[in-house]
Design a protein around this ligand. Structure first.
Ligand code: ATP
Length: 193
């Protein structure tokens, strides 16, 4: 099974691009979504999170995302520790999941692909890029937040330029070049590998 990674900065269009691949019947593993599920369902991971952040990390058997966000906000050390617990479990889960897929290739979508070193599990990495102003506008509209909040999130992420150094392929989501055309071209390429 060929494994393709998709990453990009906030609002670049990762999920939008993945939805086009899904439309072409390509299986997609959304690492952020699966991580949240594993943080609830994986007993060992749950124990480690409680030991790190406290019992308030869960409320009514669900992840208390507000509490966790407040704990790790501005505490880089806690965030790094939490990520070091979560990422290996997600990687394992992805490997298990991908071994069950019956398709020429599968996709791993993650915002933290390079920092978590997940890209090393993959055969090819796509980086989705979009102009900064467009990313800010799109996230403001999607999440009903102010541009300042989006800028703050962008500043906390690896820059697009840095991500591009790891890219095998780039998808430009600037609203001008057809996204569908770019995805179909890569789809044909990956199917032929
Ligand atoms: P995040 O990192 O926050 O998860 P993302 O990279 O997955 O974001 P998307 O959620 O795919 O980005 O896109 C951000 C917003 O921009 C969404 O509301 C999406 O519908 C919209 N969007 C993405 N690409 C386009 C496009 N080409 N034209 C119009 N709207 C778009």
């Amino acid at each position: 099974m060929i494994k393709i990674g998709i990453t990009g900065g906030i609002g670049s269009g990762k999920t939008t691009v993945c939805s086009i691949f899904q439309y072409l019947s390509v299986p997609v593993y959304n690492a952020d979504y699966e991580a949240k599920k594993l943080m609830v369902n994986d007993k060992n991971l749950r124990k480690k999170i409680i030991a790190l952040l406290g019992t308030d990390s869960y409320k009514n058997d669900e992840l208390n995302r507000q509490f966790i966000a407040a704990q790790i906000f501005n505490d880089q050390e806690l965030l790094t520790k939490l990520n070091s617990y979560v990422h290996p479990i997600v990687k394992q889960d992805f490997i298990k999941w991908s071994s069950k897929q019956k398709a020429p290739y599968a996709i791993y979508e993650a915002a933290l692909m390079i920092e978590s070193e997940s890209y090393k599990l993959l055969d090819k990495l796509i980086v989705v890029t979009a102009p900064m102003e467009l990313r800010i506008d799109r996230v403001c509209q999607r999440d009903y937040v102010d541009p300042d909040k989006v800028m703050e999130r962008i500043r906390n992420q690896m820059s697009q330029e840095e991500m591009l150094m790891y890219a095998d392929h780039v998808i430009t989501n600037d609203g001008k070049i057809s996204l569908i055309k770019q995805v179909v071209e890569l789809h044909l390429l990956y199917k032929s590998l």
